[in-house]
Ligand binder design. Sequence first.
Ligand code: SAH
Length: 357
Amino acid sequence: MKNKDVPNEALLLGADRSEMKDLIDFYLNMSTNEDKEDLYSMARRVRDSNDGPRVFLRGLIEFSSFCRNDCFYCGLSVRNRKAVRYRMTEQEIVQVIRNGYAMGFRSFVLQSGEDPYYLAGRLSELVFSIKSLFSDIALTLSVGVLNSEQYLQLYQAGADRFLLRHETADEEHFSKLHDANQHFSIRRKSLETMKRIGYQVGAGLMVGSPYQSVDTLTEDFLFLRELSPHMIGLGPFRPHINTRFAKFPYGSVDHTLVLTALCRIMLPNVMLPATTALASCDIQHRADAFRAGANVVMPCLTPQKYRDAYAIYDGKLSSSTEAAENVRFLINQIHDLGLSAEMSRGDHFDFRERKSD
Ligand code: SAH
């Protein structure tokens, strides 16, 4: 027996706070497998009819594990004395892009901790030289919270997109996950500023982070609806042994999948990755994410010798299937689901007119 009509875009766009909460509560806590399957099938239909049955690949380069912040969930926190710190040189980063380009990638993501070495200006120089060398690629940054001038400088240097997960849209919840210098209001302002500058922006959160509740998730959905970001990253929380959240439970894969599907239905054109955190639970969950409406995947191109040191959580998928040499496997996984694998820039729908697809 089905309990609930599958929500459509209009319902999610029109829902008030209490209706949104009921919906999230239902899919997290009361839905049957059949309800979930119906939701996923709706999410697939929305993806396929808006932007086609396809998945965009982006090469991920984790270029520095240095970080000045203390995010309580993250293994790269400045407080983790046991973390192995590395910083790739500009030349190494360019070489990885060169190799990825030769494999066909036209979209790259540069991710790091908040590393003062690069944030002091070297990152814009790097972005500028990468874009001069490879003019037809899209470059995404995921380097944390900066000030407006820095966002502008990086954009002017050639960065196309910026991923900055808001983590939680509930200020009190946010303060339970971060040091006192960080606030949700700052993340919100950052995301709004980046949007105004012209970036394609990505927000997102960890599913099942400590102290998360249906109420905080409701705030997340209201926030995401209002911001309407071009990308949303959703991955299950995974405890890291050298953080203060070491003993908290893993986030639920099922919850991640239903929230992914709800995002797809609410924002039909949004870019939704099947995240590494999800694939780290089991490589098959990447396929489940595509079945729930995801349309992006970011295989790791970080050189093997650095990969284990970029340990934001324990048991991160690394050497075997996220490796560049296994991109083939990934493409087959995508084809097996009847989807096409795209290595183009993969701009959000709203940016296709300006820059080629
Ligand atoms: N320094 C950058 C990149 C952080 S890593 C930034 O602050 O944006 C990218 C994402 O990994 C984070 O935004 C967070 O949502 C996720 N992450 C960090 N620790 C995690 C953990 N223990 N489990 C699951 N996801 C985690």
